[in-house]
Design a protein around this ligand. Structure first.
Ligand code: 2AM
Length: 191
């Protein structure tokens, strides 16, 4: 009788598919263009890698890997938050030595931005999602792996915000590409 060869162990459960996701403010073309121009200009002085124009964003809450079956729950949690539209100005460029990134940010964090982040965090907690809990430092990464700039020029980019988005990070042949999975309008803010 022929001896049966060793069979590979059969999987008893299907592999769990995960999506790498985060909530973000997604700039319109004029904000995106202005930031990308600044990134290219800064790149001449401090090297590194310019963030892809289409990837520029401001993270609200970073979640990381979530089982794809739970994405609908994440959508419901986000859809339930109350937030208001607002306008702010990106008026600061900066550099962090610990991760060698050059970033753009508002010098003072607008109240409605804090409220959206707070509402998302409590909605996520209630729905049982884990997320990054480091103190919130809103910024848009422009360059990665950059040298410290000798001087940082001024910045003045107004940004009217009327929605927020759930974004998925997908690998492609150029690295990570960020895709908007869903977005939610913000209620008109007080004038
Ligand atoms: P960064 O640009 O400063 O690296 C997608 O990765 C987005 O989520 C980026 O804006 C990134 O910030 C942010 N991000 C990645 N890992 C994170 C983490 N552990 N905590 C908070 N934000 C994170």
């Amino acid at each position: 009788m022929a001896r049966a060869g060793r069979q590979p162990a059969r999987r008893l459960t299907a592999p769990r598919r995960a999506a790498r996701v985060f909530f973000a403010l997604w700039p319109d073309d004029s904000v995106r263009d202005a930031l990308y121009r600044n990134a290219q200009m800064l790149h001449r002085g401090c090297g590194g890698r310019v963030m892809r124009r289409e990837n520029v964003h401001l993270t609200l809450v970073f979640i990381g890997d979530v089982a794809v079956e739970r994405l609908d729950e994440l959508r419901s949690a986000a859809g339930a938050i109350a937030g208001h539209s607002f306008e702010f100005v990106l008026d600061q460029l900066g550099y962090w030595r610990h991760n060698r990134i050059v970033w753009a940010a508002p010098q003072s964090v607008p109240g409605p931005l804090r409220e959206i982040v707070g509402a998302l965090e409590s909605g996520l907690k209630q729905a049982g999602f884990e997320f990054d809990r480091r103190p919130y430092a809103p910024h848009l990464t422009l360059l990665r792996n950059a040298r410290e700039p000798r001087v940082l020029p001024g910045l003045d980019v107004p940004w009217p915000v009327s929605d927020f988005a759930l974004v998925q990070s997908v690998r492609d042949d150029r690295g990570s590409r960020y895709e908007v999975v869903a977005s939610w309008p913000l209620a008109p803010g007080a004038r």
